[in-house]
Design a protein. Structure first.
Length: 411
């Protein structure tokens, strides 16, 4: 869509469709630009409902203006009633104008302006906390109550002094704000006069400079007063009841072993505790609902023959471990076959004159694997012969024949 299409009379300005069709600038000719309509349509359900119902945009704006005016009038009435209640606390309901005129308090001397009552000050939140803390003294031990009362009394005096300083600070701030408002009004008037292009012997320029200096000074004064706001006193911390020292168990107990003691009697006490715990656990038995699960295997059911479930706990634990490995991305182990026939075949090849290195090279397997197959493992399992071997390796080794060995020797 080109820019000229936005200037046609048929373009839906002031609608969500206008925003979707490309009108996204502030130069939209509608009463409310398309982008503002789109933003309000997406975030205001009532507005979207009116738009979808086909209500014209001017009518919606008139409803909004009427609603805002109603809210403003309601706030003015509420503020007036609040000031009246603050000035006359004993009056339960607002009086009529005739009653106000007839009352002697409403009469004021001619030519004098009646001073409006000061707005009620909001109580400091520290007093509410102080009342709650005072009520909570009875819950403390008897020996800590006097100290708590003294701390709260000191805090009350500091809080009273802080409230007085805060009231003085508010008065100074109110005066500074009034001075800043007057300076801003004078600066605005001087600026308008200066922009008019008139000059009376430099009086307008001098007035503008003076108003600028006064406005700057009032702004700096208000900023400095804001920085000088008195800080509230620190609340005293509630005393904590003294706890009795923990009695440590002596040496030769499982509790001492649990703390990390490595003395022989503590180690033996820990082993004895574990033996008793295991004996008690076996005596209790495993609940029937846990049999046939991996949790049953963890509880101690590790015999496939004695497990009462259809699928033993050992098999269930093995299946759960395989599932966990597959989910972790670990590939399944290659199929294995018994290693004894392969071991006998390797011995026959060696009897025909073939070496371990030659067998490994011909079968494309590792020399270490052939050695372990023949002589057993090393280290902690030294001399243990493997019972299984990978099927692929076994097939390559069994494929070697004594005739191939003779040809290799003759070559």
């Amino acid at each position: 869509m080109s820019t000229l299409d936005l200037l046609t009379d048929t373009f839906p300005h002031g609608t969500p469709d206008g925003y979707r069709l490309g009108c996204r600038t502030i130069a939209c000719p509608a009463a409310l630009p398309c982008r503002d309509v789109h933003t309000r349509y997406c975030g205001d359900f009532a507005f979207a409902k009116l738009i979808d119902a086909g209500v014209p945009l001017p009518e919606i704006l008139e409803r909004d203006a009427a609603a805002k005016e109603g809210i403003r009038q309601r706030d003015k009435i509420a503020a007036r009633e609040e000031r009246r209640a603050a000035a006359h606390p004993k009056v339960a309901r607002p009086r009529s104008r005739a009653a106000v005129k007839a009352s002697p308090q409403a009469a004021t001397p001619t030519g004098q302006r009646r001073t409006p009552p000061a707005p009620p000050q909001r109580p400091h939140p520290g007093y509410k906390w102080l009342a709650q803390a005072t009520e909570a003294i009875a819950q403390l031990p008897t020996d800590l109550q006097p100290r708590r009362r003294d701390d709260l009394a000191q805090y009350r005096s500091e809080l009273d002094r802080h409230v007085a300083e805060l009231e003085q600070w508010r008065q100074r701030r109110a005066i500074a704000r009034e001075q800043l408002t007057a300076a801003a009004a004078a600066l605005k008037t001087a600026t308008i006069a200066s922009r008019a292009g008139l000059s009376v012997n430099g009086a307008i320029e001098n007035a503008l400079n003076t108003a600028t200096d006064q406005h700057r000074a009032a702004t700096e004064a208000l900023a400095s007063i804001d920085q000088e706001r008195p800080a509230a006193p620190t609340k005293p911390r509630a005393p904590r009841p003294r706890r009795a020292p923990r009695q440590l168990q002596p040496h030769g107990t499982n509790a001492c072993r649990a703390r990390g003691c490595d003395r022989p009697e503590c180690i033996e006490a820990g082993r004895e505790y574990h033996r008793l715990w295991m004996r008690r656990r076996r005596a209790e038995g495993i609940p029937l609902e846990h049999h046939g699960t991996a949790y049953g295997y963890q509880l101690g059911c590790k015999d496939r023959e004695t497990c009462p479930a259809e699928i033993s706990c050992a098999d269930a634990s093995l299946a759960e471990e395989r599932r966990r490995r597959r989910e972790a991305g670990i590939t399944e182990q290659a199929p294995r076959v018994p290693a004894e026939p392969v071991r006998e075949h390797v011995r026959q090849l060696m009897a025909c004159g073939m070496t371990v290195l030659g067998i490994a090279e011909k079968a494309n397997v590792s020399k270490t694997g052939v050695k372990i197959l023949l002589y057993g493992r090393s280290g902690a399992r030294k001399g243990e012969l493997p019972r299984e071997i990978e099927e692929a390796k076994a097939q390559r080794i069994l494929a070697l024949q004594p005739a191939d060995t003779a040809l290799a020797i003759s070559a």
